[in-house]
Design a binder for this molecule. Sequence first.
Ligand code: G4P
Length: 529
Amino acid sequence: MSFLKEIERRRTFGIISHPDAGKTTLTEKLLLFGGAIQEAGAVKNNKIKKGATSDFMEIERQRGISVSTSVLAFIYKDKKINILDTPGHKDFAEDTFRTLTAVDSVIVVIDVAKGVEEQTEKLVAVCRMRKIPILVFINKLDREGKDAFDLMDEVEQKLGLTVTPMSFPIGMGYDFQGIYNIWEKNINLFSSDSRKNIDDVVAISDVQSPELEKIIGQKPADELRENLELLTEVYPPFDRQDYLDGKLQPVFFGSALNNFGVRELLDCFVEIAPSPRPKESETRLVNPTEEKLSGFVFKIHANMDPKHRDRLAFVKIVSGTFERNKPYLHVRQGKNLKFSSPNAFFAEKKEIVDISYPGDIVGLHDTGNFKIGDTLTEGEQMSFKGIPSFSPEHFRYINNADPLKAKQLDKGIDQLMDEGVAQLFTLEMNNRKIIGTVGALQYEVIQYRLEHEYGAKCTYENFPVHKACWVKPTDPKSEEFKEFRRIKQKFLAHDKYKQLVFLADSDFTIQMTQSKFPNVKLFFTSEFD
Ligand code: G4P
């Protein structure tokens, strides 16, 4: 198959949702359709169990299997599908943000009864910022839920999207009869006796046909006709370019658990979802069709066995081909590296691969060369735009609890930060280290891993910070900036890229600081240029 054809057939995407909306179930059903697994329940559950918020061993268990579910690949209708796993737990939102830099599109799963939830809002905001094409799947139609029109309204309001329904439910919950597929112009009947039948599709070329009453009954037929009429008045028709540009979001309805509406979603997805897209580097836009390899690390996974310190760096290929044993430039370190056993992912297995294409993810064994965000090329001095850090929500001093193991502690902290477990800030005034995390759970994970993988012990101490603000003065030499530095010196720190950060104790402080120093700009993410 030609290089261009290989690129064209790839669909690399992520499924995002608020926990419990049905992401795992949908992923599993997609794998079933792709023939990647044979039976439901085969996908290892990498979810952190409910109520396990204080149980960090659960996180270790989850980490143990998450290598195998990091990338789930399969072939469907000759398309190579790569699903990049994103952790649902909110304490790991940062991991999800990073994974979103490696996807070419996303599917957002929404629970029909709960509607748009908090985690979905945050994740979709990031997708919108990056203009990632979004497809919406409204799940659990077999249950009572919100009215379909109200839900689409809510999606538009809360998520800031412009939707176009591709299917529409006929009834809901107890009265749920099936789905009218606007895209394919047919009715997919939900069979209530087995609740498993997925092939009951009736072609209806014209909804005005009296056939409709015969199939679903008079009242539901009238309602469906009315609803479809209303839909065409209220919502714009599907336009693929608008979808690809992030301006229009198709909506599907279904029930992942019952395998209902999933085939329609997948069939439409492989048709309309983008193949690998060009990616902005710091110097230029890189096109997937370029002959020379480029790619970047978006995730690092440490080995679970402390005796083997190697890690797996996940590289998204942006352009060219990645070949086994060929030397590539590690741009940040300025050295050439060869990889004798790059891993590709297929279903839940990983295997050594000779050649990979744009859109694919390769797993590289690493002994400490890589950090998240690193770029590989065939010699060009180029870096992909940084993976942004967001302000953490928790901050604590980290102290060494075993003076004989100071080196181990430093190394451990360094490597865990490279992996992206948390963010490190070093106070300018006294070099004390502060760990910032999205969730409180990470502190236990860090403590546990430092001890078990690096033989170091740590304690924490509270540090009352509300937000980390990245600082950018209009003029670094100005008196105003000097004054800012003098007054705020106790709260100034550096992140791991040596960028200046102001650790503010409240929103009020941030407001006051902004009005007092209007030429010193404060940002809540590290990507502000
Ligand atoms: P997540 O990955 O987004 O967190 O959600 P997950 O797929 O694990 O689904 C969360 C719960 O919702 C599960 O039930 C799952 O069975 C259920 N679910 C998913 N899709 C549907 C659907 O279409 N209809 C209905 N009625 N339920 C659905 P659970 O009881 O929490 O877990 P389990 O014991 O069934 O695994």
